[in-house]
Write a protein that binds this ligand. Structure first.
Ligand code: SOE
Length: 387
């Protein structure tokens, strides 16, 4: 069978989620090529070695520039902080490698445009990892919308709320610094929600927004600080938080729907509340990632005496991706959507099909997110720039 040699740049949270998927997706899904965990690249050689040994990467390396141009590499997996995405993805694309890139795509639309241009002129497969599109329940929502279950869509009510930095002593990780992250939860979490809004409802044409910052200074992180690691607080030195802590956006869609997207890391009790509600002329659909196997649906065409939301457990073999996993009711979890992304990405390479979201989607969502930041700064409603 054809082999696809993968080089992963980065080995923290997403490095694990991706390695898990590269290894195991072919065990559950039939693919025409076998991903090979060839080389893992990172700065800290000690933790990188432990990561590579644990997940079965054949080699480790310190310099991503040398690796992404190697003749024996087919796929570059970009799993590093956002500020490095553009440089790595552009160089990898120019070297003819297919690129699997974590979200948000880049620090801004300028970088996203450069990534898209490089990918298009090289003719490579480019994928932006909004993994939540590929949960069976979200795919079922898409199917229901396409089948007309909700009719004309009136509203998107989106939220992505977490609580991991409510403690003012949580360290100043890269996520809280504009030069590394581009923006705060508005990019990190809002990019996911805008992706689902575009996927399920359509293009957003104008936005108005407000942002807030609740903690302006935090302790500098210890050397091993990473997302969600409560014990990684730093010493006595502090530094400024240079991103927003929350962003609330209202959005006008091209098709006339009116939407809202709330993102925050200051919502105690909300661990990974990525949720949406869609309301239309014929019915409604509600999803919450913390109940990711379920979809709530309401149909105005149900008999009047039994009308109400019902819960569909999206674990039947007829639901997207499910047949490859377990019998009905044997629920799947967070990591499975990454497997589905790997499957669709590998098939795009072997079959010449298209995998979305790609860098064009990344550019479009960045233009929406940037318009919202402009609106928050000016207080005015802002049109989303054309691609
Ligand atoms: C941290 O906020 C984070 O890991 C995001 O970066 C992911 O994209 C999200 O899926 C979970 O939370």
């Amino acid at each position: 069978m054809r082999k696809l040699n993968v080089a992963i740049i980065g080995h923290n949270f997403m490095g694990k989620a991706h390695a898990h998927a590269w290894r195991n997706a072919p065990r559950f899904f039939e693919l025409d090529a076998e991903p090979v965990l060839k080389v893992a690249v990172g700065r800290n050689q000690e933790t990188l070695k432990a990561y590579a040994d644990n997940w079965g990467w054949e080699e480790t390396a310190a310099d991503w520039r040398e690796v992404v141009t190697r003749d024996d590499i087919d796929v570059v997996d970009v799993s590093v902080p956002t500020d490095l995405h553009a440089e790595i993805a552009v160089m990898a694309a120019e070297a003819g490698k297919h690129v699997f890139c974590e979200k948000p795509i880049a620090l801004g639309s300028g970088q996203a445009r450069a990534m898209l241009a490089a990918a298009q002129s090289a003719g490579i497969v480019h994928y932006l990892n909004h993994n939540y599109r590929r949960t069976p329940a979200v795919m079922l929502a898409k199917q229901l919308i396409d089948e007309g279950f909700v009719g004309r869509i009136f509203h998107w009510r989106g939220a992505y709320l977490q609580d991991w930095i409510v403690d003012p002593d949580f360290p100043l990780t890269w996520h809280l610094q504009r030069e590394h992250a581009g923006a705060g939860p508005h990019f990190d979490l809002g990019s996911h929600n805008v992706d689902l809004a575009r996927f399920l409802v359509g293009e957003i044409t104008s936005v108005s927004a407000m942002t807030a910052q609740f903690v302006s200074e935090r302790p500098l992180p210890g050397a091993d600080a990473a997302t969600f690691s409560a014990g990684s607080g730093g010493g006595t030195e502090a530094g400024p938080v240079t991103v927003e802590d929350a962003a609330f956006v209202t959005a006008q869609f091209e098709n006339g729907a009116l939407g809202s997207i709330d993102t925050s890391r200051f919502a105690p009790g909300r661990k990974n509340h990525h949720a949406f509600e869609i309301y239309g002329s014929d019915g409604s659909i509600v999803f919450d990632l913390e109940r990711m196997n379920e979809l709530q649906v309401y149909s105005r065409h149900d008999p009047a005496h039994v009308q109400g939301f019902r819960t569909v457990l999206a674990t039947e073999g007829i639901h997207p991706y499910v047949a490859a996993w377990w019998p009905p009711g044997h629920v799947i979890g967070y990591e499975h959507a990454f497997h589905h992304a790997v499957v669709d990405f590998v098939r795009a390479i072997t079959d010449g099909t298209e995998v979305r979201p790609n860098f064009e989607d990344g550019l479009r969502e960045t233009l929406v997110l940037e318009a919202a930041l402009k609106s928050a700064a000016s207080g005015a409603r802002v049109e989303v720039e054309a691609v």
